[in-house]
Structures are given as C-alpha cells and as structure tokens.
Write a protein that binds this ligand. Sequence first.
Ligand code: ADP
Ligand code: MG
Length: 582
Amino acid sequence: MSVELEERPANADDASQEQELTDGFHLLIDALKLNDLNTIYGVPGIPITDFGRLAQANGMRVLSFRHEQHAGNAAAIAGYLTGKPGLCLTVSAPGFLNGLTALANATTNCFPMILLSGSSEREIVDLQQGDYEEMDQLAIAKPLCKAAFRILHAEDIGIGVARAIRAAVSGRPGGVYLDLPAALFGQTVEASLGAQSLVKVVDPAPRQLPAPDSIARAIDVLKGAKKPLIIIGKGAAYAQADELIKRFVERSGIPFLPMSMAKGLLPDNHPQSASAARSLVLKESDVVVMLGARLNWLLSHGKGKAWGAPGSKKFVHIDIEPREMDSNVEIAAPVVGDITSCVEALDNAMGNDWKQPPSDWLSAVYDKRDTNVAKLTQKVGSDLTPMDFHTALGALRQIIEERPETMLVNEGANTLDFARSVINMSKPRKRIDVGTWGIMGIGMGAAVAAAVETGNPVLAVEGDSAFGFSGMEIETICRYNLPVCIVIFNNNGIYRGTDVNPTGGEDVAPTVFVKDTRYEMMMEAFHGVGVYVTSRDELSTAVNTALDSGKPTLINAIIDENAGTESGRIGNLNPQSVVKKT
Ligand code: ADP
Ligand code: MG
C-alpha cells in the first residue's frame, strides 16, 4: 500500500468536493501528538511503512529497529522512564508476535506501553480465507496484556488512542494492544470532523488517595515494630516521588532495602541502606513496609527460610493494585493508592512524636552491612588477569560512582547478579535490568530507549549470552549515533565457557560458544568503535573514553572462562537430574 505524502484527494472542478479531507494515517499521528506521544520505536513493513514515513514527516521521532522485540523493549523502558506510554509499531502477524513478547514483559513489569500493530483485513481474517499475514491478533494479544482494542473506523481513532493511553497508565501501569487493520489507514474523513474526533486525555493517571483508616492501621503496625524494614521496589521509582520517599524514609529512621531497579532512589551509600545486609534484614525484621514492590519470586514470596520463623512478620503493603494484597502472605496493613498520595499520608500521620527504631536493631543491621561492604570493597579492588567478574566490575563501579548520571543497563546471569551488588547507584531510575521475569534480551532495546529518553550516556553491561539476544541492534545504536557503551563480559559461554560434551563427540556442550569471539569487530562493521580488553586498566580506559566521546562503542572484555556459576544466584530454580546413566 502506498499513499502520496501530504496529498489529499480533491476534485478541482467540483466545488462541493473541495472540502478538506484527512485520513487514518494523519488522524493517528494527530491523536498521538495531541497527547504528547512523539516517539515511535518500531520496524517498518506492510501495512505500516507509510505511517512511519508520515509520522516522521509530521515531526515525530521514528526509530527503526532490526527486530520488533527490541523495539518493544525500548518502548516499555521509555514508558518506565517517562510515565507516558512508550509506543511500539509493528507489522502484522510475525512482527506483531515478535512485539508481543515485549508487550507481555512490559505488563508483567508494570511498565506502560502501547503496541500499535497493523493487521490484515478483518473480513478475510474472520472467515480464515488465508490473507497475507493472516492472524486474529486482537484475540491473541488479549490474555497477554492489560487491555486490547481494535479501531475499525477512522473517526474512532481519537477515542481509541485515548482508551489505550488511559488503560496503559492509570492504576497499575501495563501494556496495551491497539489493533489497526490496513484498511483503517486509508479511510478518509472530512478534516474538521476528524479534528473534532481527537481526544486529549485529561489526567490520564488520576491520583488514588488511600483510605484514612488504612493509613492509621499502617502507622499502628509500624509503631509496634521493634525491627522494622522498608523494601522499595521499581513501582516506587516509576512513581517519580523521589523527594517524598526520601523524606519519609529518613524521618522514619527505618533501614531500607531497594529492589534491583529501585537502586539509587535513595543512594546505595545512604546511612540507612540495608542492601549489604539483605539476608539479615529479611530474616530478622518484624514489620516490613512494601513500597511499590511485590512479594514475588524475587523476594521468595515473603515466606520460607529466607524470611525467618513462620508468623514472625507483619507486612504493611503500599500498592496501587488492590489485588496485590495477600497475594503471597497475609498483609496486616494494606494501603491501596498511588505511591505519592500514600507516602504523603503516611508522612503526615507519623506526627512529630515519631520514635526512631530501637538502636539495637539499627546497630545489628548496620554492623552486618559494614562488615559485608568491607569484604566486597576488598574483592572489587582485585586486579587479576584474566579478569574475574569482581575485577571487571570493580572498574565499572568506580566509573559509575564518578559519573552518576550514566544510565546503567544490565543483563546476564553472573554479570547481572554480581553487578547488582557491586555497582552502587546514587540517582533514581538509572538502573535498567531484566526485571520481574528475569529475562535475557532486554539489553539493546533498553539501551536505545535510555539514550533517547534521557539524553544521558548509557553503559550496558552484558553477559556474552545475554548480548546475543539483541546484538543486531548495535546497528540501530550506530545508525542513530547514540551515546551507548556496551561492555560484553566474554567468558566464552552461558554461565561459563568450560563445559564439555560428555560423549566426546564433535559438538561442544550446549552452554559453550566460539572461543575468543571478537564481538568488537561487529561494532566496527557498523562504523562504531570496537575495543578488545583483557585487563582492568584497559577496561577502565576504554569505558571512560567511550563515555567522554559519546561515540557508540562496544568493548569486548575477556573474562576468565572458569569464572561464573550455573544460573548465577538463582541456580536453585534449575532442576537437575540425579539419575546417573552409564
Ligand atoms: P520490584 O520488582 O522492584 O519489586 P515490582 O514490579 O514487583 O517491583 O512491583 C511494583 C509494584 O508497584 C506493582 O505491584 C505495581 O502495582 C506498583 N505500582 C506501580 N506504580 C505505582 C504507583 N504509581 N503507585 C503505587 N503503586 C504502584
Ligand atoms: Mg558468559
């Protein structure tokens, strides 16, 4: 399908036909722009190629990727960083399915995004007559996202986009699917009627005030605590209530534990940080405040050995989603509302006679933390060649400390687990990682969005396996000349590079890659900067140079292939056969 740019059909001979027309293409662009959605992450193709062109011609930023999953991951991270739904644009059937993985992941992570996908003709799809890329996309998307809509008439585009925006950002944020059949784009409407049909969404994510009695109950529970703890999750980071949260935590005097993507909301070197005493605080605390975090697998579901004696805890849970309460354990004080309003209310209700937590609890937590921090500091000071994870991460830790505005993207197994504890964050929403599903493949999409949405330099710390899932997007990074520095921790394989094929056969073990792969040469192919490093000093120099220059750079950091453990720190989730076969 092709449409001439900006040209409107009009018959000069017939005055009655001279009324100005608009079409589906333009109405969609106008609807998005009206709502301040100006960036599209996508992959062109039938039937949305011209839409992308027209969007660019009309002042939108249209960033093309090499695979829809990464465009989708970029849109999701754009949503997380800005609080507005990130937009992903895909072609029908296979392109849609590729983007759907990212939409489902965004929904799981509570990131707002909209997947706009072209689709085939309804009449043919519904009769299953075998259209080009035929698929009932709406039905397939529905169970995997927060909401799914289809627009059939151009005059409904305004309301369809409004519904999608509201569904994505109100309440618990998530992914929304918007189905756009090919025929919609070419439909014409009288321009003035089209303009009237557009909707600027008023207050898309309305505040949700917590009930006063829920606040009183929470304060009661907190006042009875002898060993309180606050766990801060990425929902709190998303809410952009940074000062308010800091003030509440500091006034309360309660130690806090940030979840991975909430690191930096309060700095990791904050006097109340309990990060390095994680095991102790989970086990020993008696009252736990959950602030925009879920008691899912990442927190052992709030029960079991990690959480100490059964029944030893009371939970105060602050979340915008009422059904999150009691999802894994009993919640003594549910506080349902948006984080900003909830924290404000709690802060007010604390009153001026608020007592600091008992000092024996605080010294137990902070002593343990200081001991662990001292051990870690020694470990990351190492200068081994070949580098192990701590040597390489020690170099990056110092760089992030010196450059706190850097956006850090992180995925892998060991590369993720070690980086999370080694690299301190001091600013909110600067760390993007594998999130709730713990998936691989978010790296380059997240790096693109981090660069585009913030304008800050990006450091992507990638396991060699993790990088492979989105590696082709380094062309995208080079094409848009984004200030992204990728460091690949190359240990020749998944977890490590030393597994052997027990049969002695020709194939290597399933976890092993080509030895000494020259990833940096891939970057050179796209006219980016590629660097091969084997030592801590070389790594430091290369990263600093990249961040100073802002040039797209890929650093292939050679890590000891013996370093690394199976599945990093979540090896316990991996069933292993105990049956010996000879
Ligand atoms: P983490 O993985 O860091 O623990 P989760 O993604 O599991 O964080 O949890 C985030 C929680 O934050 C979700 O339960 C979500 O409903 C909640 N949330 C997101 N935005 C807000 C908000 N503005 N106000 C309150 N809760 C929010
Ligand atoms: Mg590896």
